[in-house]
Design a protein around this ligand. Sequence first.
Ligand code: NAP
Ligand code: FER
Length: 339
Amino acid sequence: MTDTNRRFLLSKRPEGKPEPDAFELVETDVPEPGPGEVLVRTLYLSVDPYMRGRMRDRESYAEPWAVGDPLRGGVVGEVEASNHGDFEPGDVVVGNLEWADYAAVDGDDLRSVDPDLAPISTALGVLGMPGRTAYFGMLEVAHPRPGDTVVVSGAAGAVGSVAGQIARMGDCRVVGIAGSDEKTSFLTDELGFDGAINYAATDDYRAALDEAAPDGVDVYFDNVGGEITDAVFSRLNVDARVAVCGQIALYNEKSVPTGPRKLGTLIETRARVRGFLVSDFAARFDRATERLGRWVRSGDLRYRETVTEGLENAPEAFIGLFEGENVGKQLVKVGDRSG
Ligand code: NAP
Ligand code: FER
């Protein structure tokens, strides 16, 4: 253990797409854990699209960060010192911690990660918040039925890649939409999607959908919004179900563009559109994580991680989410386990 700690602070509110100058890396002392606290050394940290919302000066489900505040998010780390009965040095834990080398946190806010069950990084991805979002969003909000055509946008990302595979397990025909040929090949060749659309290779999303989903769309799991979603709305079937998970195409917009939207489709199709937050299902997280873990271990659920090395590169990894640089879950590797 060294004596210095590095932490990232929000140095200004980004306008539009975040730039590296919105993040400031400062050096401080390693914190001392107080009563009930645990000193955690970061191994992996998660960068997630929702963090863009916290950088705005606007209340939402996540409280905005103040300029000068530390950035925070999902962290998997190793316990260095503990004043909490549940944890001892060497334990692997997950929690909502600072983007830093070290953090002292209330042990009650940490959960143990069992390194024998799956690689520890999965606690931030397929077996963490994004995996649970896919699980509840698909099974409890979208309600796919066998034989349905299910379209997933943002399909090669952390949430989308899991959501599509869960629909496949339910005997649906699954079409993913993603932004490169590498990603569409990943979906069809590695994850077993029935079809995939590279939206970056066409201007005519509707024609691409007609080809990939000739029977129309029964379920739409939306991670992106914008024009992709307009096109899918125009192809919804009667009694379609839409789960609105995310709208990443709009997160950097200063004002959301309005205009003719395909809501008339909802009248004809009697489709149901429902937004959700993963935290709505918090009471059932343990059971979901257990099932996801079983699917990962049996090989029924595959996952990919894109790992950026070094705490100092966390801003770049975060910004890359808005440029589609990640396949699967985007992580930042900060340290190695001891021993
Ligand atoms: P992710 O999909 O792993 O990463 C973001 C991906 O979005 C990028 O790889 C990129 O892929 C795509 N993207 C970026 N800008 C885009 C644009 N303008 N148009 C279309 N696609 C764009 O991220 P994630 O963590 O899995 O999150 C996915 C979505 O779920 C986000 O909208 C997030 O906010 C939402 N979410 C919601 C909840 C909830 O509780 N409701 C929880 C977690 C996440 P391409 O190369 O394909 O463009
Ligand atoms: C949560 C609810 C929602 C959460 C993240 C989200 C980290 C993400 C929402 C989004 O990306 O739109 O409790 O915990």
